[in-house]
Ligand binder design. Structure first.
Ligand code: NAP
Length: 436
């Protein structure tokens, strides 16, 4: 058995490829089912976020397993294999484990150390468990990845400072406004007429950052007005006017800065929509949705500037140096967690031998006990029989304790293999002989 991960992320694929491989929560179940039906896939789980799609799997043959998963991704995205493969990464065994630990800790995120990824890894665990696509190995690995993510946040300062895609989006708006004023720095957004489209988790974070960056008024548009109103009620210091998505044209006509963060599958803003508006001022659009909420065809429209999630790299790089130093602190912790998992994995090698040894001793015990009891005849009371039976079980357990502990203990692969060979030979429990 092997652990493998196949996927793509903001590091390997642009947003136009990533959006084709965004698997919404409602179709994760059927995707996991198709993966599990594949001959080479024994366990599977899917991590789908705006910046990555990764499939973690336990496969019986690494090459065949990885090919199977890549073919699944090609079918799902509708991209030909030759177009998709250059964007995919593949990791196997210890590299796959190390990658997951880094992802969960936010070290592989566009915004280094952002916290949303941890809840997305937790969601991957929940969906894998609900859809029964994970077995003992992925369960253990992913649970450990979640606790590693938590450890990094509590034991290092990587998670301090509210960093997220949303905070980067607000910073990008500040930077672009600054640049348009001839300053290469972040400036206050107080003069902007700002709108946020969407009222989910990302919009909440957008509002928090807008508030902290000097915004006093925001127009909040959502498909469902009640949700926008509920979100607005949590911001007492920000004047939020809520409207329906059907007011989008009016919003685009009046506002100078519009953030979009809805989970729509199709763009809600495109060139023809903007061109049909009677607008006068400059319009800056910042889209953090994946799939994108704003069509790429808006690029080049006069007095309109549009940015997608990949453009956040510009502000992210400015802040990265200081955070990289903190990230280094986390690396040691991640190595330790990865090693613990691999030790557990290695100890699994001993399980078949331990099971055969246990079964062999148990059959001797049961046989000998039966002989002894039949010799004792009816003189032996039920209570005495129970005592003798418990005594025989106690002896077997005591005998097994030392070898089982030693076979399971962390050790070099070769040393464990030697120990397994010795036990198998001495007790006659080799697999080939079918003993026990
Ligand atoms: N979560 C993250 O860490 C993260 C990070 C970066 C980017 N993103 C991207 O940001 C976007 C929003 O994510 P989220 O986590 O905030 O989602 P969320 O909490 O699930 O909220 C979804 C929002 O999208 C709206 N929506 C859903 N389908 C829509 C449709 N067909 N047309 C118009 N509006 C629709 C919902 O409106 P209703 O209230 O009416 O349902 C709601 O406002 C997604 O594209 C996501 O990929 C997410």
């Amino acid at each position: 058995m092997h652990i493998a991960v196949v996927g793509l992320s903001h590091r390997t694929a642009p947003v136009e490829v990533r959006e084709k491989l965004s698997i919404p929560e409602q179709t994760i179940g059927s995707s996991l089912k198709s993966l599990k039906e594949e001959e080479h896939v024994l366990e599977a789980s899917i991590l789908s976020t705006c910046n990555r799609l990764e499939i973690y799997a336990v496969v019986n043959k690494p090459e065949e397993g990885i090919t199977t998963i890549s073919e699944f991704l090609s079918r799902y995205s509708g991209l030909a294999k030759e177009d998709l493969l250059p964007h995919l990464f593949f990791f196997h065994h210890d590299e796959a484990v190390a990658h997951l630990m880094r992802v969960s800790a936010g070290l592989d995120s566009l915004v280094l150390g952002e916290g949303q990824i941890l809840s997305q890894v937790k969601k991957m665990v929940r969906l894998g468990q609900e859809n029964h696509s994970m077995g003992p190995i992925l369960n253990r690995l992913l649970t450990q990845a979640v606790s590693t993510g938590k450890r990094v946040r509590s034991e290092t300062s990587l998670g301090t400072g509210a960093v997220s895609i949303s905070s980067a989006a607000v910073e990008l708006a500040q930077l672009k406004l600054g640049q348009s004023l001839g300053k290469d720095q972040l400036v206050s957004l107080e003069s902007e007429r700002v709108a946020v489209v969407g009222a989910g988790r990302m919009s909440r974070l957008l509002l928090q950052h807008l508030q902290s960056k000097g915004c006093s008024e925001v127009l909040l548009l959502n498909r469902t007005k009640e949700r926008a109103e509920k979100l607005a009620s949590d911001f007492s210091e920000l004047s939020i006017h809520c409207a329906l998505l059907s007011d989008l044209d009016d919003c685009l006509s009046k506002c100078s800065l519009v953030f979009t963060s809805t989970a729509t599958e199709e763009p809600i803003i495109n060139a023809s929509r903007i061109n049909a508006l009677e607008r006068t001022g400059f319009l800056r659009l910042i889209d953090i949705g994946v799939p994108r909420n704003i069509d790429a065809d808006v690029t080049g429209i006069n007095h309109v500037e549009s940015h997608d999630v990949d453009d956040l790299q510009e502000v992210v790089s400015r802040n990265q140096e200081a955070r990289q130093k903190v990230a280094m602190q986390a690396e040691g912790l991640l190595k330790e967690e990865g090693r613990l998992f691999l030790e557990w994995w290695d100890s699994l090698e001993a399980v078949p031998t331990i099971n055969r040894l246990r079964a062999s001793l148990e059959s001797i015990r049961a046989e000998e006990l039966q002989k002894a009891l039949s010799r004792m005849g009816p003189d032996f009371s039920a209570r005495e029989r129970k005592v003798v039976e418990a005594l025989s079980k106690g002896i077997i357990n005591k005998i097994l304790h030392a070898p089982v502990t030693s076979l399971r203990a962390p050790q070099a692969r070769a040393a464990r293999q030697n120990a397994l060979n010795v036990v198998e030979t001495l007790f006659g429990v080799n697999n080939e002989k079918g003993s026990g």
